[in-house]
Design a protein around this ligand. Structure first.
Ligand code: PHE
Length: 333
């Protein structure tokens, strides 16, 4: 019987066979060991000690076979295993590499926070635009170099080989977030105090300071008596909040078709003046194009480069580092 049982447990390559063998030999009610035990009762007094000894031997062999089979199945064990791998609680923990928020996204959240405290509401606009919102309503005439197909990502129309960049409905990836100024003014009446943050696209060669896709923060404040002095204080307050009280900024006269007068705002970085954006008083032609009366309302607008702000604050020297997806770089933020 012991040999039979040993064979059965050796053959038990899976849990079910093992269980069948266990019931057959060691089952508490009708296992073969039980039957053998019952036979003991029929032995004579003299034969009993020897019988008992034999019985124990058989039982021990079966039990040993059963245990080794059980261990073997546990190790290979798929589930049902009661003893998992040993855990040494004294070993130092292993840090899990969770993802992080991209530095540009972190910057955008930070900028929204600062501008929110200055009373600006966040709005969004589409990245695929039409020439009306990207140029025409912004007082950028047909022959303006900014509309050149070589300086913009126009979208081709199915079935057409060339793009008519002058058609009002020609579509392109927006080259500036100023499009959102128009979209907001078309749908609301003053007072308006908004910012809009998002991607813009220009077919520039990538180098340390240029990338064909980057982010801008547009700001717009329209009301009955908005002045240039307010524009300058808002930009100055913004720059010192984001870059620190010791940042040096300056305003230079400039030109944009959609603002008059216009300025460029620069900050000092490593001994150089870096342009961080353009701004100005919204041109009366722009106010008219959205149906406002320039005699009744005025306002200012600005557009700042998000990457430049982020780079200045975090001492990033090359804009391409932001878009290489190199984890060694990204993990620093
Ligand atoms: N749209 C301008 C640019 O892309 C920036 C700007 C925005 C200037 C608003 C004036 C007012 O450079």
């Amino acid at each position: 019987l012991a040999k039979q049982a040993e064979q059965a447990f050796t053959d038990a390559v899976e849990q079910e066979l093992f269980e069948a063998a266990r019931v057959q030999f060691m089952g508490a009610r009708s296992g073969q060991m039980k039957t053998l035990q019952k036979l003991m009762g029929g032995l004579s007094k003299e034969d009993r000690p020897a019988g008992g000894k034999k019985l124990n031997e058989v039982k021990n062999r079966i039990q040993a076979a059963m245990e080794s089979a059980s261990q073997r199945l546990d190790v290979a064990g798929t589930g049902g295993s009661k003893s998992g791998p040993m855990i040494d609680a004294t070993l130092p923990g292993e840090r899990r590499h969770l993802g992080r928020v991209h530095p540009i996204t972190q910057t955008i959240e930070h900028l929204k926070d600062i501008m929110g405290r200055l009373g600006f509401e966040v709005v969004e606009g589409p990245e695929v635009e039409d020439t009306w919102h990207n140029f025409v309503a912004l007082n950028i005439p047909e022959d303006h170099p900014a509309r050149d197909p070589l300086d913009n990502f126009y979208l081709s129309v199915a079935g057409q080989t060339s793009v008519d960049a002058n058609a009002h409905a020609a579509r392109l990836l927006r080259s500036q977030t100023s499009t959102v100024q128009i979209r907001v003014m078309e749908n609301r009446q003053p007072p308006i105090r908004i910012i809009s943050l998002g991607r813009v696209y220009r077919p520039d060669e990538a180098d340390a300071t240029h990338f064909p896709m980057f982010h801008q923060m547009e700001g717009l404040w329209i009301d009955t008596h908005v002045t240039m002095a307010q524009l300058k204080s808002v930009l100055r307050m913004f720059a010192t909040s984001y870059l620190g009280a010791d940042v040096t900024i300056r305003f230079r006269p400039s030109f944009f078709p959609f603002t008059e007068p216009s300025v460029e705002a620069d900050f000092l970085w490593n001994g150089n003046w870096i342009e961080f954006g353009g701004a100005g008083m919204v041109d009366p032609n722009v106010l008219k194009s959205v149906g406002y009366d320039p005699e009744q309302v005025s306002g200012f607008a600005f557009g700042l480069g998000v990457e430049r702000l982020c780079m200045r604050r975090h001492h990033v020297e090359d804009i391409r580092d932001l878009y290489r997806n190199d984890l060694r770089f990204l993990h620093q933020f």
